[in-house]
Design a binder for this molecule. Structure first.
Ligand code: FPP
Ligand code: ZN
Length: 421
């Protein structure tokens, strides 16, 4: 961040909020040279620009037809979609998710809990707990399904799922924190990032965030585990301001930007990245026409970035830099373009089918637009609570991707257990 003062950032913030983004004008010193240049500038249409025309038309049709309609979240309707797998076998097109079982459980449990605290009842919590522990007999680290190797990203989803099972006695104390800690240490790479598995697995900002989140949630985040991680994550910021998967070599992307900035927040180091560029990048993700976010430059709007990018904006907000997005416009995209009264569940964009992944991240993104979050403990910049009244969803903790209250309760519980490291 260097020497940019908070005042300067707030000024730039006000400009961005006014949606007067700085434009770059290319002016040739010698105009005649430009005119006689043999290079002609033609804008070619690409597959993406053609697809965007369609998305734009679909969104505009919806905005037009719902112009005078007060649209709310169809919570009871979406609940039907989320309850379905607990009463029926999963549809066969979901067989490909066999290696992502903790993810499906996390998405469903989190969505239910966000819509109504009471909707994740004890019987369903018991099923989630049984399923997660059955696939990992050592009770951590966790894998995607029975007989598979432990995987960092699945362990993240498993811990987040278990954090939602607060009505199952002894569920939290059974988690094998010692085994998870030793395993996390063994995943550390020479560049200080974490890889997803001991034998094979990618090492990037996503897996590194998962390691930090799991360790923070379980209260096993030691100096040894954190050594060099800040530098690894800071190295993933690109010239655009967002973050990529790996240091010095990647395109900025919403998913990886979330992972890197949430990881830096856990390390209490977010202020060390280039905040100004990050804020500009966040603002640039939202289009005036569709009103939702894209995940990277020149790509299409997609409901899941309501969380991946929305959470980055919330992190900037709770760290005192302000907000750089139009929350009202994002709400409109979610309410009018990501849900339809024809099918329960939330979706990426008009024309796409709902799925559990998008249902969760669209709902979490919506929650972030509703609540003003504030830091609760000075020493813990990631412990947040909401100051807003009159909302449709519970507040979300933008670092862990869970309802704020569940995070606080789980971490408080873990901090009372004996140290394992
Ligand atoms: C905690 C955790 C595991 C976080 C993962 C975050 C992450 C990397 C999300 C990105 C996922 C995604 C659907 C990318 C799509 O790329 P694409 O090229 O299909 O889509 P695009 O056109 O929108 O870029
Ligand atoms: Zn998506």
């Amino acid at each position: 961040m260097g020497d940019l003062s908070l005042k300067t950032i707030k000024f730039i913030n006000a400009q961005l909020l006014g949606r007067k983004r700085p434009t770059i004008e290319v002016v040739a010193e010698d105009q005649t040279a430009l005119e006689s240049s043999p290079v002609s500038m033609t804008f070619l249409s690409t597959e993406t620009t053609e697809e965007r025309e369609q998305v734009l038309a679909d969104c505009q049709d919806l905005y037009e037809s719902l112009k005078n309609t007060e649209v709310t979240l169809l919570k009871e309707f979406h609940k039907k979609y989320l309850d379905y797998p607990f009463n029926n076998a999963l549809p066969k097109q979901m067989k490909a998710l066999d290696a992502s079982q903790p993810w499906i459980l996390y998405w469903i449990a989190c969505s239910l809990r966000l819509m109504d605290k009471t909707w994740l009842g004890e019987p369903v919590q018991r099923k989630i707990y049984a399923k997660i522990f059955a696939a990992s007999l050592e009770k951590g680290p966790f894998c995607g399904g029975m007989g598979q190797d432990p995987h960092l990203v699945c362990t993240y989803a498993a811990i987040n799922s278990l954090a939602l099972c607060d009505s199952v006695d002894d569920c939290w104390s059974q988690i094998n924190r010692q085994a998870i800690y030793d395993w996390l240490l063994s995943l550390k790479c020479s560049n200080s990032g974490f890889k997803t598995g001991v034998a094979v697995g990618e090492c990037d900002s996503r897996s590194t965030y998962c390691a930090l989140s799991v360790a923070k949630m379980l209260n096993i985040l030691t100096t040894e585990l954190c050594e060099g991680v800040e530098g690894f994550l800071l190295g993933c910021q690109t010239y655009e301001g967002g973050f990529g998967a790996c240091p010095q070599e990647d395109e900025a992307h919403g998913g990886y930007t979330f992972c890197a900035t949430a990881g830096l927040s856990i390390l209490n180091s977010l202020h060390k990245c280039n905040i100004l560029r990050l804020a500009e990048w966040c603002s640039a993700r939202q289009t005036a026409e569709e009103k939702g976010f894209s995940g990277r430059s020149n790509k299409l709007v997609d409901g899941c970035y309501s969380y991946w990018v929305g959470a980055v904006n919330s992190l900037l907000e709770i760290h005192g830099y302000g907000s750089f997005i139009d929350k009202g416009a994002l709400q409109e995209y979610i309410l009018k373009c990501c849900q339809s009264s024809e099918r329960p569940g939330l979706r990426d964009k008009p024309g796409k089918s709902p799925d559990y992944y998008h249902t969760t991240y669209v709902l979490m993104g919506f929650s972030l637009t509703e609540h003003l979050l504030e830091v609760t403990k000075q020493t813990e910049p990631i412990s947040v609570k909401s100051t807003t009244n009159g909302f449709q969803l519970e507040p979300v903790n933008p670092v862990f991707g869970l309802p704020a209250e569940d995070v606080t309760k789980f971490i408080d519980f873990m901090s009372q257990l004996p140290q394992v490291c």
